[in-house]
Design a binder for this molecule. Structure first.
Ligand code: NAD
Length: 468
């Protein structure tokens, strides 16, 4: 089946397509259109044309249409979930496609409810000063492949809620489900408010330079974020960059290994480890190291992995060959450098990019599996004996997205949490996010935040009005 782009509310085909394959079976899922520069220009033009009417709508009307997006996603959730599973590989069940669709609907309704009223900064005998929040214009949204539909919603909803219009570009690994979701959303929006173009190579770079795009919302890797920042400097686009991480967790000696094993597992292996704020480096105190390794191993061994369309599986394949090869290299290198395999590390030949859930003990910080963002089903477990040492090793990273502390002592947890160099810290869990709490990275993990009022403000410019 040939999919179509949506530009100015119309389904637009293209001369060329590329094939999208199911990462669990290698079967063809569909054909994705390849946009030419002219298609991007048309999408930007449509978004610019739609902007005056959309930004000029009474706030309650825009709010109602944002709720309508949530509703239409709910109405189509099961079909979208099935397509997402076939294209991405994540299971229908567990923390998979159905969960992702619920998140899309929930985030849409929550964001619809947000408001940015005029703030009165001064109102006295010297006059009244007001601060107004205005939409920026056309927002270019560039997406990764790991949570393709949820992150699309994280880009679309605050942009539209604040009165902007959008041109979206999904990852070439996961374009089909995003095309379908944007088609569904377009049934409740005025033409041109939300446009989508797809391609393989070059399209994101054109968007970053495009004079008709006023802001880029980007979620993806740090090197791509740096390229976008560079390209965007020519037109001084506003930027929100949600980039890579290499999150550390520190398990204190008082933690109970059997109580924390399940949460540690899901902190690391949610979405098969292909999550920006997944636990990617685990530091465990020497006194409970062996016990934590054993409890985690026992839990991991019982997780059903396989084709995500099978309702029994709760972990699927790695999403693509590039990521599969990265994971394989990092694990093989670590094992040859002395890491001990607790479980996994023994992939069998295809079909599908299935890599076993892998726990590595006795990993040292200089191994690439610890230094790089492995972004797959692997958790390296390191030993420490002094918590100050663990903290400095956790912070010894160029990126700073999330971190966690595992302990029953809340006071100790709080003292360590605020010394971790990252945007979010969790106590006794890892990676839990919610639509009312700002989320973003420090250091090379990004610029700006998403979610809640703070996230919504990023889709606006400030105008101060004096002397009213
Ligand atoms: P990626 O950087 O390879 O690609 C992301 C998007 O950028 C894709 O749509 C791609 O086509 C596009 N792109 C590629 N080159 C470009 C260029 N020069 N200019 C503009 N766009 C370009 O990332 P990925 O592999 O799709 O996603 C995984 C990465 O995303 C991981 O590093 C992960 O940590 C990060 N991520 C971060 C968050 C967060 O909230 N911080 C969330 C999810 C994923």
């Amino acid at each position: 089946m040939e999919y179509q782009m949506i530009i100015g509310g119309e389904a637009i085909t293209s001369k060329n397509f590329f094939e999208v394959k199911d990462p669990a079976t290698g079967e063809l899922v569909g054909k994705c259109p390849i946009a030419e520069k002219g298609d991007l220009d048309a999408a930007v033009e449509a978004a610019r044309a739609a902007f005056p009417a959309w930004s000029g709508l009474p706030d309650e009307e825009r709010q109602g249409l944002c709720h309508a997006i949530g509703q239409v996603i709910e109405d189509n959730a099961e079909d979208l979930a099935k397509l997402l599973t076939r294209e991405h590989g994540k299971p229908l069940n567990g923390i998979g496609s159905r969960f992702e669709m619920q998140g899309c609907a929930g985030w849409s309704h929550y964001t619809a409810e947000l408001k940015l009223p005029v703030e009165v900064l001064q109102d006295n005998e010297e006059g009244r000063v007001e601060m107004h929040r205005k939409p920026i214009g056309v927002v270019g949204s560039i997406l990764p492949w790991n949570w393709p539909l949820l992150i699309a919603i994280w880009h679309i909803l605050p942009a539209l809620r604040a009165g902007n219009t959008v041109v979206m570009k999904p990852s070439s690994y996961t374009s089909l489900s995003t095309l379908k979701m944007v088609e569904v959303i377009n049934t409740v929006l005025p033409k041109g408010v939300l446009n989508i173009v797809t391609g393989k190579g070059g399209l994101g770079a054109w968007m970053s330079e495009h004079p008709g795009i006023d802001k880029i919302s980007f979620t993806g890797s740090t090197p791509t974020g740096q390229k976008i920042m560079n390209a965007a400097s020519q037109t001084l686009k506003r930027l929100t960059l949600e980039l890579g991480g290499n999150d550390a967790g520190i398990v204190l000696p008082d933690a109970n290994p059997s109580e924390i094993a399940e949460s540690l597992f899901w902190g690391a292996f949610i979405n098969n480890g292909q999550t920006c704020a997944a636990l990617k480096r685990l530091y465990v105190h020497d006194s409970i190291y062996d016990e934590v390794c054993e409890e985690l191993t026992n839990f991991t061994k019982n997780i059903p992995v396989g084709n995500g369309l099978d309702e029994n599986n709760i972990i699927g394949p790695v999403q693509n060959e590039m990521q599969y090869n990265i994971v394989r290299r990092l694990v093989d290198d670590a094992v040859s450098a002395g890491a001990r395999v607790l479980v996994g590390a023994d992939p069998v030949a295809g079909p599908g990019y299935f890599y076993p859930l892998t726990l590595l003990a006795d990993v040292t910080d200089d191994m690439d599996v610890c230094r790089e963002e492995q972004f797959g089903p692997v958790l390296p477990i390191m030993r420490y004996s002094d918590v100050e040492d663990a903290l400095s090793r956790a912070n010894d990273s160029e990126v700073g997205l999330g971190g966690s502390v595992w302990t029953n002592d809340k006071a100790k947890a709080a003292a360590i949490a605020c010394r971790m160099e990252c945007g979010s810290v969790w106590i006794n869990s890892h990676g839990m996010i919610q639509p009312d709490v700002p989320f973003g990275g420090v250091k090379k993990s990004g610029l700006g935040v998403m979610f809640g009022i703070e996230g919504l403000k990023e889709l606006t410019t400030v105008q101060s009005i004096y002397g009213l």
